[in-house]
Design a protein around this ligand. Structure first.
Ligand code: ZN
Length: 500
């Protein structure tokens, strides 16, 4: 009898300050979640933990059961009913019997009545399969609860930002679990947290303390001292009891001293985070100065575009993707040869489709969403131009992030104002792959300026082609300045609101 492996993906990065709702159909990037064979088909062969689990299970000759694969762009907390629709197929699959469970979770999912959705998923798995070997892979932006650590046998997380090692993270978690089932290792978890909420603009390894901490983790894994070591610098935009930087290490209790080594590595990683915690705080800039700096940088050089990063309105962290502040400033300062991607405005796209390619339109672009949590009202931008391109928004990522995975922008149109070409989509989508411009006929390497509604993930596709990068202080519910938000559940004291 082959072993029966249950493999499931339930992922939502919840921005509790976001005004964007999270209905069931938002999963599957606008096409709804996938179940059963469809779940496997949607992710098999992609650069994701789920795909790594499937590959491992196939190698082991196991029966592969994929009850659910559900991933959504970040947004507000999902309803209880939506969450139940995602979790119940997993429970049904476990009830039918399982020899091991492999979960591809986010780590910052909040449900309307539960601020630790991953903890609840593991609790429900354990209620049905109390002794089944259980591996979990988390996103880098995880708010880790002690209960999660108690219930899992193996936890790993991404070590990159942009996240280009999702597959490797799944492969590591899955391999450790399979080794444990064969009696080759005996995983033991140890974790710790610091009351520090790092601003996400300070998360990337090259930008703050994370690089040094991740180097310790990689060295400890490479030397065989521990099976896995993971830094989780938290998701600052989920206001929960567990929003804090944490570290989780998997030791091998089968090896003499293996458990003590895991504790030592965890302590070493946390010590660096403590010593350098001030570098995790973000210092806001001034939008007009940011854009002027980009303009000066792009004035004469032609060795690649200057990127302007509209990081306060990133749909990849729960932003509405329709705050027009940075676009308005770019137009006001007269930057020329600019591509802007993407503004989400389904109504504008409909108007442009009705007008047709080659015709002129006047639009009240973006600004359709109020953000009561931060006291910001939506304000559209009056703009005119020619409809340059219309597409169905169906794309396939070329990498290095999510390579091979299909995605959907919804009907998409390009507005050409003469100086700027603005990509307008119907669905939310963070621009981390050059395909977002190329699929609608804009060659990014030839632009003087490219404005991107992204925070860090743009670096996956766009950093290699950029001459310079300027972070622009716009507005929105992904503002890096954490004093923008009124936290209610975050434990205090917490840095940067209180001293550590
Ligand atoms: Zn992330």
């Amino acid at each position: 009898m082959p072993k029966r492996f249950v493999i499931a993906l339930i992922k939502h990065e919840t921005n509790t300050f976001s005004p964007i709702e999270t209905p069931l159909e938002r999963f599957g990037h606008g096409h709804g979640p996938s179940f059963g064979r469809d779940a496997r088909a949607a992710f098999e062969g992609s650069a994701t933990p789920m795909a790594a689990y499937i590959d491992l299970a196939r190698r082991e000759g196991a029966e592969i059961v994929t009850p659910v694969a559900a991933e959504s762009w970040p947004s507000a907390a999902a309803s209880r009913a939506t969450f139940e629709t995602l979790v119940r197929p997993l429970e049904d699959a476990l009830r039918a019997g399982c020899d091991a469970v492999f979960l591809d979770l986010h780590g910052a999912m909040v449900v309307e009545d539960c601020d630790d959705a991953e903890g609840e998923i593991l609790r429900r798995v354990r209620a049905i399969a109390p002794r089944a070997p259980l591996a979990v892979t988390f996103d880098y932006h995880t708010n880790l609860s002690p209960e999660t650590v108690r219930l899992a046998d193996v936890i790993t997380g991404y070590k990159t930002y942009p996240h280009v090692d999702m597959y490797e993270s799944g492969l590591l978690a899955g391999s450790i679990l399979i080794d444990a089932m064969a009696g080759r290792v005996k995983p033991v978890l140890t974790s710790g947290a610091l009351p520090v909420v790092p601003s996400i603009m300070r998360h990337a390894p090259e930008d703050g303390p994370s690089g040094e901490i991740l180097a310790i983790a990689r060295a400890a894994e490479a030397s065989g001292r521990v099976l896995a070591a993971t830094l989780l610098p938290a998701f600052a935009h989920a206001d929960t009891r567990y929003t804090a930087l944490s570290v989780v290490v998997v030791g091998d209790a089968k090896r003499p001293g293996g458990e003590a080594d895991a504790v030592a590595v965890k302590d070493q990683m946390l010590a660096v985070a403590r010593a350098r915690h001030r570098e995790y705080a973000y210092v806001p800039t001034l939008l007009a100065e940011d854009v002027a700096r980009a303009r000066a940088l792009g004035s004469d050089r032609r060795d690649g575009p200057v990127l302007l990063i509209d990081h306060c309105d990133n749909c990849g962290s729960g932003g509405t993707q329709d705050v027009m502040a940075v676009t308005e400033e770019i137009l006001r300062q007269g930057l020329d040869d600019v591509a802007i991607a993407p503004i989400r405005d389904p109504l504008a796209v409909r108007k442009m489709i009705a007008a047709g390619v080659g015709n002129n339109v006047s639009l009240a672009l973006g600004g359709a969403t109020d953000m009561p949590s931060i006291g910001l009202a939506g304000r559209p931008l009056s703009i005119s131009g020619r409809v340059r391109t219309i597409t169905d928004g169906e794309i396939v990522f070329r990498g290095p992030m999510y390579t091979g995975l299909k995605s959907h922008l919804g009907p998409t149109a390009v507005l050409d104002t003469g100086r700027a070409q603005i990509v307008i989509t119907s669905l939310h989508h963070e621009p981390f792959d050059l395909v977002i411009l190329r699929h609608c006929g804009i060659e990014p390497t030839r632009k003087r300026f490219i404005m991107l509604k992204s925070r860090i993930h743009y670096r996956a596709g766009f950093k290699p082609i950029a001459a310079d990068i300027v972070e622009c202080q716009g507005a929105g519910v992904t503002s890096a300045d954490l004093s923008t938000y009124r936290y209610a559940r975050l434990p205090r004291p917490s840095f940067p609101f209180d001293p550590l």
